[in-house]
Design a protein around this ligand. Structure first.
Ligand SMILES: Nc1ncnc2c1ncn2[C@@H]1O[C@H](COP(=O)(O)OP(=O)(O)OP(=O)(O)O)[C@@H](O)[C@H]1O
Ligand SMILES: [Mg+2]
Length: 239
């Protein structure tokens, strides 16, 4: 069988002396849309940041992209290999424009892969067009999140990691964001791994899910399987 796009084996990682991930195994196929769900502090962001080598300390285990071991690569090299993280805190720079914020994502272009043009970005995110020249500080939370996602895809990553993209956003913005992510997945073949606590959003944008609790995966499957066992929700997610 072909290698999955991303493969994580027996991953242990943490901060300083504290180990917070205790043996995570995860395989993400090219073209998949996958959710990683769990309570506050379960380890969701740590998984994403460990994949990027952006903070947590790898204690043991293996992370590979297309069968290539990533261990020796720093965060920038992993970005240029096709991994892109849109972090929880969005990091939209306040004193440059929306267009300039999005263009910053071009630095992660893979060798031989042409980044999207700004026209392609505006086609993908028409809601941002009226704000193109507006400074980052003058955007709503939802607009900032959309800028962060646009910056995340401009270099055409192989795998987009989204850390709680709709946390704190109004329901109408959540629906808009779900439609955007779905479209990037369906029409542009983008592979996505998304962490969330918002179940309806996660359900709208992914096909399979993993539940994480105290740094361990406790359930994996599709949404039908998740719905068939209501105790999963009460045991592993805040409801
Ligand atoms: N920089 C850090 N230094 C030390 N411990 C950390 C650090 N970041 C996270 N942790 C700890 O690691 C554990 C997992 O945190 P993580 O941020 O991965 O959880 P999460 O599932 O993303 O939670 P949330 O839903 O609140 O974002 C928690 O116990 C947290 O306190
Ligand atoms: Mg988190």
């Amino acid at each position: 069988m072909a290698d999955p796009l991303l493969r994580i084996d027996a991953l242990h990682a943490g901060y300083g002396d504290a180990v917070v991930l205790h043996g995570i195994d995860l395989a993400i196929a090219d073209g998949a849309a996958v959710a990683l769900l769990g309570r506050n502090g379960a380890g969701k962001s740590t998984v994403l940041k460990t994949i990027l080598n952006a903070g947590p300390k790898l204690v043991a285990g293996r992370i590979s992209l297309d069968g290539r071991d990533l261990r020796a690569l720093g965060a920038d090299a992993r970005a240029r290999a096709g991994l892109m993280l849109v972090p929880e805190d969005r990091r939209v720079f306040p004193h440059i424009t929306v267009a300039e914020n999005i263009a910053l994502g071009v630095h992660a272009a893979r060798p031989g892969v042409k980044p999207m043009t700004m026209d392609e970005i505006w086609d993908l995110f028409p809601a941002l067009v009226p704000f193109a020249e507006r400074a980052g500080y003058a955007l709503s939370g939802g607009q900032q999140q959309m800028v962060a996602v646009a910056r995340g895809v401009i270099a055409r990553p192989r795998l987009l990691l989204l850390d709680e993209p709709v946390e704190g956003l109004a329901p109408v913005i959540v629906d808009q964001m779900a439609a955007e992510i779905r479209r990037l997945h369906r029409d542009h073949g983008l592979t996505v791994l998304v962490t969330e606590q918002n179940l309806s959003f996660a359900r709208a944008v992914t096909d399979t899910l993993h539940l994480i609790d105290s740094g361990e995966l406790v359930h994996s499957g599709d949404w039908a399987g998740f719905d068939a066992d209501p105790t999963l929700k009460t045991r592993y997610l805040a409801v």
